[in-house]
Design a binder for this molecule. Sequence first.
Ligand code: CP
Ligand code: NVA
Length: 308
Amino acid sequence: MSIRHFLDIFPLPSSELRGILDTAKTRKKARLGKPKGAVDGDAILVGHTLAMIFEKSSTRTRLSFDMGIRQLGGTSIVLNAADMQLGRGETIEDTSRVLSRMVDAVMIRANNHDDVLAFAEVSDVPVVNGLTNTSHPCQIMADLQTLEEHGLDLKGARIAWVGDGNNVAASFAHAAPKFGFSLAVGTPKGYELPEIDVERGRQEQGRIDLYNDPIEAVAGADVVVADTFVSMGDTDADKRLNDLMPFQVTQDLMNKANGGAKFLHCLPAHRGEEVSADVIDGPASLVFDEAENRLHAQKAVLEWCLTS
Ligand code: CP
Ligand code: NVA
């Protein structure tokens, strides 16, 4: 059987993605009230080791995969790319071949998406994309879990992305046709979602609407999503802040969305930049459920990669 990599949402069938989301919700419920370090009753990944390679900083991704593999009965090794021979020029392919001989799965957070593809191409074990310059699929699984847990039927829902058309926005676009929601993307000119991601989001009757006006983007939205204006690796921070400030999610902007609209942000957040404090710390905000769900969603991704 072929190896199950979790590199992006767009190549995967809706049925598999639905299965991952359902597993995340079921596992979360099954361990309610247990200490966070306790192993799940079925301990399905006993004997398995996950290696995590980080070329960029992380709080949630590192914690969720580390706690997640432990809750499934396995263990983890965290590798900072700068401390590896990778940082001194060993090839990504040789690194991958070596890790395949010693661990059962690898999660990578990389500067360059092509490096993750090259790593997976020669890997004998599942590889998970823990964020690249172009996508963040694990985040979107947690986001969709959060919305469903708060009662949103994704089929037919309207989600508005406001700000930079970045890696997280791209994965939202990839998920739209898979789960049947429409995505409104509101960005300044020059910060639009890449055309390839718009096309991926429009496959299978997916609906992606593009705007250069935040008010138009949130009209009719059940959910408003923001992310940092300056992603890891971006070098033009001052220009970005200047260009993107008119796309800050404020309470005024939330009031233009549907009544009861929810707010999501993958975190880390910058209050007063992409979102005002009253929105992210207010009643519409689901950001800490969203952060917690990284754990449950990433466990479900690991289970899908390693046990089917
Ligand atoms: N949302 C997210 O991926 O957070 P970290 O960068 O802390 O992992
Ligand atoms: N777009 C952000 C997400 C961080 C989780 C970045 O790439 O830095």
